[in-house]
Ligand binder design. Sequence first.
Ligand code: G6Q
Length: 547
Amino acid sequence: MLSRTSLASWQALNVHAKQMKFRHMNEFFATDKQRFEHFSVNAPSLLLDYSKNLVTQETMLKLMALAQESDVITWREKMFSGERINSTENRAVLHTALRSGSEQSINIDGANVAQQVAASLDKMKTFTEQVRSGDWLGYTGKRITDIVNIGVGGSNLGPQMVTEALKPYSDNRVRVHYVSNVDGTQIANVLRPLNPENVLFIVSSKTFTTTETMTNANTARQWLIASSFDEKSVAKHFIAVSANVNNVSNFGIEADNIFDMWDWVGGRFSLWSAIGLPIALDLGFEKFKELLVGANEMDQHFCQTPLEQNAPVILALLSVWNCTFLGAQSQAILPYDQSLHMFSAYMQQAEMESNGKSVSWHGNAIDYPTVPSIWGALGINGQHAFYQYLHQSNNIVPADFIGSIESVTPVKGHHSTLMANFFAQSQALMSGVDEQQVRADLKAKGRTQEYIDKVSPHKVHKGNRPTNTILMKRISPKSLGSLIALYEHKIFVQGIILQICSFDQWGVELGKGLANEIQQELEQNITNGNHDSSTNSLISFFKSSFR
Ligand code: G6Q
C-alpha cells in the first residue's frame, strides 16, 4: 500500500499548509461572524468548538478528503465487526463490544463475543452486589470495607482516573485504593492503615506476568497471610481479572474468583471490562453501566454521523493538521474540572502508547511527523505554572480545553471564577495582544516612554495558538463515558490516517524484557557485563555502594 504522502488530498494539504502558516485566526473571526456555528458540533453529552484552530472551510474540506481517501469509513467497519485490525498481534479490537449491549454475534476464535461480554457483566453485577451489601465476608467473617486494586498501565490508569472523576457519585460503601508502582513505598502506604480482615485485593493483569503487578500481589498475599496464618484466606481476599487462568490459579486464586479478559481488548481500552471492577464496587453496578451507556452513545455517533459532523473524526483530523502539516510537536490536555485531574495522564497513555510509533502497517519507515507528545494538568493549576510557555514560547502547543457547565459539587462563587478562566485562556491564546495595543495600554496607565520601550516587546502575545473547547453539561458516569470514547475514536482515526498500528505496544514489551534480566543481576550477584559501559558501571556502582 502506498504511503499517505502519495494521496492527492495529502499533497493538497501540504500546499495549503504553506499558505495558512501566514494567516492569523483573528482575521478569520473578523470576516466570519458565524465562525462558531461553522466550526462546532454537538456530540453525545458534549459540545466541541474547534473554531479556534488555524482552519478555514477550505482546510476542513481538504482534511475530510484525506479521511475519505484514507478509507476511515471502511476501517471503522472493520474494527466494529471484529476484523483482526491489530495486525502485528493478529487480534481483533473490540472494546466497543464491551459497551454495545448488543446481542448481535461476533465470532472470535469460535466464541461469541456478545455472550462472553453479557456473562462477564452478569458476574460483575453479582459480585459487586455481594461485596457492597456485606454478603461477601473475609476470613474472620467480617465485611469488606476496603478494595485494593493492584495493576499497572492499562490495568490501572483507566479505573483510577474514572474512580477519581466520579468520587461525588460514590456512596462510600467501600473505599477503593490503587497500587501500581513496584516502589514498595506505595503499597506500604496503602496497607499501613488497613486491617487485612476487611480488605479485598483485585489483581488486575491481562497477562498475569507483569513483574510490577506480580511483586505487589505477592507482597499483599504475604501481608494477608502474616495476619491470618492460613493460606486458605487468599480465597476470601483475592480476586483476579486476567486472560491467563493458569497463572492466576497458581497464585492461589479460586476459579470462581477469576474475571475474564480477552485478547480482543487492549489494556489501555479495558476499563469497560472487568478491569473496571473497582469502579463498579465504588459506585454500584448501575452507575458503572451508565458509564458504558455514555461510551456506547459516542460509538453510535462515531458510526452514524457524517464525517463533517463527526466529533472524533474532526479531533483526529485537527491533530493531523496541527502536527503533521503545521509542525506542532506536543499537545496539552487541560481540564477545568477537578474531577478530571487524572485525565491528562490517562490520555497520555491512550494516545502515546497507541500512536507513538515510526513504522507503518507495512513495516516501512514513516517519513512524516505523526502524533504529538501529550501532556497537561488541571487548567487552573497550569495557568500558574506552564501556561507562560503556551502563551509566549516559540513552540506552538495546540490544547484541548475541557470544562463543565455545572459543577458536580457546587460551592457558591467558585464555578463562575473557574469558567471565566476557562474562556479567557483560550481567547487569549487565539487573539494574543499586538505591540500597538501593549503600548497603548501602558500609556493609558501613565507609564514613562522609557518604561514602555523597555517592557513592550515582552508583553506582546502573538496569539494564533490552536485550541479545541469541549464543554459538557456536568461530569457524570454517562458524560464521562462519552468523553473517554470520544478520545478513543480520535486516536483510532489518527492511527488510520497516519498508517500506524494503534493497538500494539512493542516499546512497552522491550523495557519489560530488559528489566527482568537486570533484576537477576541485582539480586543474584551475577555480573553480566553485556550492557553498554554506562549501564554496566551504574549497575556495579549501585551494587557496591548500597549493599
Ligand atoms: C496497555 C499496555 C500496558 C499494559 C500494562 C499491564 O495497553 O498494554 O499498559 O496494560 O503493561 O499489563 P498487564 O495487564 O498484562 O499486567
